[in-house]
Design a protein around this ligand. Sequence first.
Ligand code: ZN
Length: 566
Amino acid sequence: MAEILLKNAYVIDPISGINGEVMDIAISGSRIVEEASKKAEVIDVAGLLTLPGGIDSHTHTSGTKVNFGRYMSPEDMRAGRTSKKGHMHITSGYSVPTTYGNSYRYSALGYTTLVEGAMAPLEARHTHEEFKFTPLQDSFANTLFDGNWGMLRALEDGDIKRAAAIIAWTLTAVKGFAIKLTNPGGTEAWGFGKNVSCINETIPTFDLTPAEIIKGAIKANELLHLPHSVHLHCNNLGTPGNFTCTIGTFGHVPDVNDKRQSLYATHVQFHSYGGSGWGDFCSKSEPVANVVNFRPQIVIDMGQVMFGRTTTMTADGPMEFNLYRLHHDKWSNHDVELETGSGIIPVNYRRKNLVNSIMWAIGLELALLVKNPWQCLLTTDNPNGAPFVKYPEIIALLMSKRYRDAEFATIHQDTEKRVALPAIERELDWYDIAVMTRAGQARALGITDLGKGHLSPGAEADIAIYPIRIDEIDPSAEYERIVKGFSQTEYTIKRGRVVSRRGDAIIDGENTTFWVKPKVPAAYDMQHDTAFQELFERYYSIRMSNYPVQEEYLHRNHCIETETDL
Ligand SMILES: [Zn+2]
């Protein structure tokens, strides 16, 4: 087996309790080991910052809506062209790049694992086919259940075990990883041209409220012992005044798991808005962050907005329709039979636009006001808030008050009265950043036992080495060096092989897709359940037997079997 010995690495590995130690890391095959033999290739990294490989716990890089984003924006495809170079394929696209574009650029930033934020079960094949061609990162798929008729019927009947059984069957069939709820009840209502405004409103087609759907899904999630918690995109995204809905939702979350959070709320920037309309729109990050600070059962990610062009895409069809009515630009809308919906709109976030300036401030505020970095993870909800290539700038903004002030001076002048950002002095440190970009993700996703997000012996050898010597940089003053240092690794190592060197992918990786298979007793095996079969026959456009994604569609895969309480 190939061996590598990384010498003199300056390691920050929060899960292993290491905060800045110069040490050697031995790799044998795909794993980190205690010691390497004399045959190991030695790489002296000479004190450079060495972190576990980055993990994006919420991004949109693969699947039908991502691909439709590419179709919709030829101007975006022209924006990010790179030519063939060595092992690297041609790439194109800026906010919605080709699969190789995503993979190379993430790898240059040191990212080795990606979670697709929203996979519609019916369209899962497409997601898995794109995972296959994202060769330098392992993949996980959040699977959409927000409008799943089988699950909603079971919840309506108060039968949590049946809901759990349907979730188990579906995750196994489509090779999904976790339960994703996008605007629960709202995407189902959108199939009939409607929406819901918050968690206590009964949805039009089932005798259920979003609150009941969320609580039911959390219970089912724990019955199935899934690694990750329910992954929620709250109701009412992007609406002035929606922070009350967000706080109300967080207030309902029970504390049911002692290893990880009970609820992961994604892109909370889009859910922390005050005001009664766009005229008095303002930040409400403070009350939202306060709730998170008092509720350890909740983990959020930022959903940071950065200025410039990007593409918004979400299962939240009604939200995208509202956005279309604001922008009157290109819009795509899609209803996924009895499961969910989706919408896509290209946008340009402008510094001189007051609403956009406030949105930019809110994401940063959340990251700075949530006290525990394990509870607020760094994302842009790529590409919704910004393409992920902006991560180095976000890291620098979080580490430097001076950088934030310099940026603040360039945005809409009325922003100051509507946000908390200028008064926040906090500057995050290297350890906080390591938590918010990999360790926190691994713990929140429940994948540390799979060897993700840390560098202790036995872990997967996924490692990012940045051209940064932390004792030579004052992050507060030299923020440009932070941006540069995190923009391109010196080495990105994936499963024990150097896959990227100074921004160039140097070999074709061999990624793995992780999926879950809850072990259910025969009485809860939906494959043989007559009512479930009838639901398929009656309402789906395809047969139940054609629905599952065969393992051939997965390049390499790792099935995580869970014991269940059914
Ligand atoms: Zn998302």
